[in-house]
Design a protein around this ligand. Structure first.
Ligand SMILES: [Zn+2]
Length: 213
């Protein structure tokens, strides 16, 4: 999960209709979010929905509020539902700085943590761990959660491989391969940024791991 930048112009249908899910809303969010779910950062093809940052159930007055609308995959939208209405706000929070995003391969689970002490950060971390690890760790992950976790795990391993290739053989070409995978349209940047930090490669890739600045 990383910070989101969003067009300041609200799509017309939000004011001319009573709907929040007009085609123009989908199209603008698709462009603004680089065709990715704002929570899990997987590419969206056809399986996407409008996600109300503050849920429709608890905040009906924000149903058509542009700043409350994001695009999420069905998995994330369904799981978030109205259970996480008080998360860090992805348009203003330095998400990739404030939420550590890692995989513990020994325990076969994601580890999301934060050094910021407030309700919004706690909720966001709790939500992300729940999405990837299920309710009570490995044994309780259902099939969908397992597939969701494995997708991220494989992507992270793939990225670690190309970073390792660069470390073994730090050619310009190998550096470009890493840089390419850090492009804003690529998946799972939150995890990738933290790999770069954990390998102490910040200096070399510093222009590619600070999307929100
Ligand atoms: Zn998602």
């Amino acid at each position: 999960m990383i910070r989101v930048r969003k067009s300041t112009n609200a799509p017309a249908s939000l004011s001319t209709t009573k709907q929040y899910n007009g085609e123009d809303v989908y199209a603008q969010l698709m462009e603004d979010q680089h065709e990715k779910c704002y929570i899990c950062e997987r590419k969206l093809v056809t399986d996407y929905e409008i996600e109300h940052f503050k849920s429709e159930n608890n905040y009906p007055e924000l149903m058509q509020e542009w700043t409350n609308l994001f695009l999420a995959c069905r998995y994330c939208n369904g799981k978030k539902s109205d259970s996480f209405d008080d998360n860090i706000y992805p348009l203003t929070a330095d998400v990739e700085e404030e939420i550590c995003q890692r995989i513990d391969f020994g325990k076969n689970k994601t580890v999301f943590t934060t050094s910021v002490t407030d309700v919004q950060h706690d909720n966001t971390v709790r939500m992300l761990n729940l999405f990837y690890n299920g309710k009570g760790g490995k044994k309780l992950r259902n099939l969908k959660e397992e597939r969701f976790f494995n997708y991220a795990k494989q992507k992270v391993i793939g990225f670690m491989k190309i970073v390792n290739d660069y470390l073994v053989n730090p050619t310009e070409n190998n550096r470009n391969v890493v840089t390419e995978e850090l492009g804003i349209d690529k998946e799972l940047l939150g995890f990738k940024y933290w790999i770069i930090r954990d390998y102490n490669l910040n200096e070399i890739f510093k222009d590619h791991i600070i999307w929100n600045k």
